[in-house]
Structures are given as structure tokens and as C-alpha cells.
Design a protein around this ligand. Sequence first.
Ligand code: AMP
Length: 274
Amino acid sequence: MQRVVSPQRISAITAEARRRGHTIGFVPTMGFLHEGHISLMRIARDLCDELVVSIYVNPKQFGPGEDLDRYPRDLEGDADKCEGTGVDWLFVPDDLYGDCHCTTVSVSGLSQGLCGAARPGHFDGVTTVVARLFGLTHPHVAVFGEKDYQQLAIIRRMTLDLALDVEIVGGPLVRDVDGLALSSRNKYLDPEQRKRALTLHRALFAMRDSGERNAASLVSLGRRHLDVDKLDYLEVVDAHTLQPVAPQTREARALVAAHLGGTRLIDNVGIPWT
Ligand code: AMP
């Protein structure tokens, strides 16, 4: 595995790999890697000849007062995990944008509700960085986690709308043994908060397993399980449109975002709807 810091260099490396006829897989991350990230790398590894992973804590996707300055980092540990998973190129830019600050990529509609409502501008930061990373790494396939379910839907939309010629693959959400969705931010939780954080997945699984298929009733059922400091949202939406469930909905998704102390956590689960 080689570490690359310069955007121009990763661009030259991946362009050259393409010329040699190699397929390129790409997994963008913000680092402090866990099994959720590794699972995406394994999926990408199986689909391509050369695997690029990026680690970049993207300031554009953090709002004022969010955790940009304290976002956990462990570059050496991350590099070992990448090496052990068969990553070829670890892209860790110091400065990803350089003078390129003028363009914002924004996906309307899908970016507005759920996390978009709670974190204004967040998804514009995500789509802008992902578009730039795609431009630099020339991937044939890019893998994103269903942990960030709305983000995955937005990236798929962006890729289609801009005809980016990258295959977007979604990887299943990976949980800890007790059910907590793995997240770099779990590191912030003290033992008492971590215990209460388990109520996120309990609420979602209780909703899924209840047999109830009325969205409002499901949400009230889920709320009864939650023990959090602040709930941003608990919603049941159509799994494809992220709009309210409708007669044509075949698969729904229950999604939650909540704060425990200063930590914001998200989780989601699929709910068969027919
Ligand atoms: P992040 O480093 O949090 O920006 O995440 C980078 C990628 O890893 C995103 O595509 C996330 O959806 C994905 N990811 C994060 N946590 C998990 C998880 N527990 N299971 C599956 N994918 C995850």
C-alpha cells in the first residue's frame, strides 16, 4: 500500500491505472476506521483491480458548533487496517480543495428532509467533496455504507444526474455485538450514554418487528423505546424516494437521529411494506 497526500498525484496514479485497463474501486471515509468501513473496503476489493481509500475530515460538511475540531483521528491505526484489507492507495490529502472553492454540488429534494433539515448545508458539503474525490480518483465503482442511508440515496442521485459513470454500491450497516451501529462518533460516548444509545436500534427493530404498517403508529411505537437527550427525527419513509410512504411503497425505511450529550448518532433499518 502506498500513501498519497497530493491530489494531483492520486489523479495521475488512477488515470494511469485506467490506461493500463485496471478497474478502480473507491471508498471515501473520514477515518478513525472500524469494521463498518472495513466491510465497505472488502466489498470494493472484490469488485476492482486497484483499491483507493481516502481519509479526509471534510470541513465543508460540518456546521458551526459541530464536532469538526474534535473529530477522532488515528492515521497510523487506520493505515494498518487499510494495509490489512488490501488497499492499494491510501489518499490522505492535507488540502483537498486548493484554489478550487467556487463550486458547490447540491442535490435538491433528497437533501432537504431528515439529516438535511437538522444539519443545513451538510449534504452540499458531502456531495461537493464526493464529486471532487470522484474527479481525482477516477473510480469505476465506489462503495458507501447504508449506515448513512440518506447520503447513499443522494450520492446515487448526484451520480445519475451528472452522468458520472461511477457505479455506486451500498454496503450493509455493520453493528456492534449489542446492536449499536458502529460509528467513529461512538468514541465520544461515556458508559451511561452508550447504554442509552442502544435504544436507537431497539426502537428501530421494535418498529420493524411489530407487524404494524401505519407510519404514524410505528413512529409512536418507536418513540416509546427511545431514551435520548434530544431527538432530531424518527421517521418512516419510502426506502427509495425518502418521501412519506405511499400506496406504491414496497419497502420502507425507519430512520433516527438523536443526541446523547454532545454526540449525534444516526441509525436506520429496512421495513418490508407489502
Ligand atoms: P465516515 O467515515 O463516517 O464518513 O463513513 C465513511 C463511509 O463508511 C460512509 O459510506 C459510511 O456510510 C460508512 N459507514 C460508517 N459506519 C458504517 C457502519 N456501521 N456500517 C456500514 N458502513 C458504515
